[in-house]
Design a binder for this molecule. Structure first.
Ligand SMILES: *Cc1c(COP(=O)(O)O)cnc(C)c1O
Length: 446
């Protein structure tokens, strides 16, 4: 039975499907999967074209931190519009971007931080790669040109960042385009750090840098590791002068319980990649952060070959910078990290009590407000991950899985009641989808 309201949603989905190409989405079945068409938002809820509300429990794919339509961020944006929306950073400057970089420099765990702004996380990684590569060329040690990346790594979807990634998400088709990297196991191997350290020590003569997602390999399905292991790898890099590149695109800006995961590990990387939460989820912005050690190797003659010849048209966009600056202040003013600690504890306890004992749940992994609940379906073709999330969406909680791992990544300002609501919806949906293990037919799949 279709109501008038459903017809309105159908109409938008039809219009959507006939002009928009959605990422990571099979467009032939896009409309059949009951996509939510967002019309507006309020707090941590998204509101669709029918006025139905969904708690944004994935923070709009991990970017949102303080919720939607934060009056302070809205105001920062409007005030910047009255100054200038954008001016190029190639060879010229902008006051708001200077203020943002000054504020970031005080909080990032990078010595003498310099910021090269871009718009996407993948590009921040791409820039870090090229900087690390040229760093060794500028030093006259051009044998150091290989990167070490970890098993299950994900660093974005451009060809360079994809090369660092360990495949997955059906990206194997692009293998011929990728450059080769040295690879040791990811965090799901308890011995990963020793293997990485051994490789760094044995191959430092040819290694340009080591690229990691400190503490949590998020897209891998929230694989977590011990901070001491990251510290050990950091020390091996120091010893061998290998550049350590920390991709904090997912872990940065409070997600893990600290402003940056590198701080929890007690490390100061040479290069750091920021993205996602940098503008609180408002506008596309990313940055590659370089330490003095790296930056100084690029100093030389005007227009000389030591220069870093790379830049993006919208890098250092002033609107994004204004929001990012206000966002950084709010994280402090609102003591957001304290809320992250409270909600992380609450969710850990509730998930442990209510979900962990279920036969359908294999493992729950968590670091701060990054949570992965791995379902234990005997058959991946049952697509439990997707169906459990669809069930949660029907219950008004927006979730999206990574395969059979249900990801819970709520905004950092999530309230106690909202965390309750997420667990309620999740439990009900797991009950519904996974109760009759193995007996669900594909016909019921959506
Ligand atoms: C999301 C993500 C990226 C890519 O960022 P985009 O803005 O989507 O390009 C890179 N690294 C990590 C660790 C990420 O989680």
């Amino acid at each position: 039975m279709t109501t008038g309201f459903d017809r309105l949603a159908d109409d938008w989905v039809l219009r959507d499907a006939s002009v928009v190409w959605h990422g990571f989405t099979q467009m032939a079945s896009y409309a059949d999967n009951e996509p939510v068409t967002v019309a507006r938002a309020e707090g941590r809820e998204l509101i669709d074209v029918n006025g139905r509300r969904y708690l944004d429990a994935i923070s709009s794919l991990w970017v949102n931190t303080l919720g939607h339509r934060v009056p302070e961020l809205d105001r920062a944006l409007v005030e910047q519009v009255d100054k200038v929306a954008h001016s190029t950073m190639l060879g010229n400057g902008n006051t708001t971007v200077v203020e943002l970089a000054e504020a970031l420099a005080k909080v990032v765990p990078v010595d003498g931080a310099r910021f090269l702004f871009a718009s996407d996380g993948a590009v921040a990684v791409e820039q870090a790669l090229k900087i690390a590569f040229q760093y060794w060329v500028n030093r006259g040690e051009s044998n150091r040109r290989t990167f070490l990346a970890l098993g299950d790594a994900y660093h974005g979807d451009t060809v360079g960042s994809l090369s660092l990634g360990d495949g997955g998400f059906f990206t194997g088709i692009f293998d011929p385009l990728k450059f080769s990297v040295a690879r040791t196991p990811g965090y799901d191997d308890p011995d990963w750090a020793r293997k990485a350290v051994d490789l760094v020590r044995a191959n430092s003569a040819t290694l340009a840098g080591v690229v990691i997602e400190p503490l949590v390999q998020a897209a891998a399905g929230m694989h977590c590791c011990d901070p001491g292991d990251i510290r050990a790898l950091y020390e091996a890099c120091e010893e061998t002068e290998t550049l350590l590149i920390c991709d904090e695109v997912a872990t940065g800006f409070g997600r893990t319980g600290s402003l940056f995961a590198s701080q929890l590990c007690g490390i100061r990387p040479d290069l750091m990649c920021l993205g996602k939460g940098i503008t609180g989820g408002y506008l596309p912005m990313s940055a590659t952060v370089a330490s003095t050690r790296v930056f100084d190797e690029f100093l030389g003659d005007d227009l000389g070959e030591r220069t870093f010849f790379h830049g993006h048209s919208y890098g250092g966009n002033a609107l994004a910078a204004a929001v990012a600056l206000r966002h950084l202040q709010l994280v402090e003013e609102w003591k957001v990290l304290e809320n992250v600690a409270r909600r992380a504890k609450q969710l850990a306890e509730m998930l442990n009590d209510r979900l962990a004992p279920l036969q359908a749940v294999r493992e729950i992994r968590q670091q701060g407000l990054m949570i992965g609940i791995e379902l234990d379906s005997c058959d991946p073709s049952l697509r439990w991950g997707r169906r459990v999330c669809a069930g949660a969406v029907r219950r008004g909680v927006l979730l999206r899985p990574l395969g059979d791992v249900v990801v819970v990544m709520p905004p950092l300002t999530t309230t106690q009641a909202e965390a309750d609501r997420i667990v309620e919806a999740l439990c009900a949906s797991v009950d519904e989808v996974c109760a009759h293990r193995g007996s669900v037919s594909m016909a019921e799949d959506r």
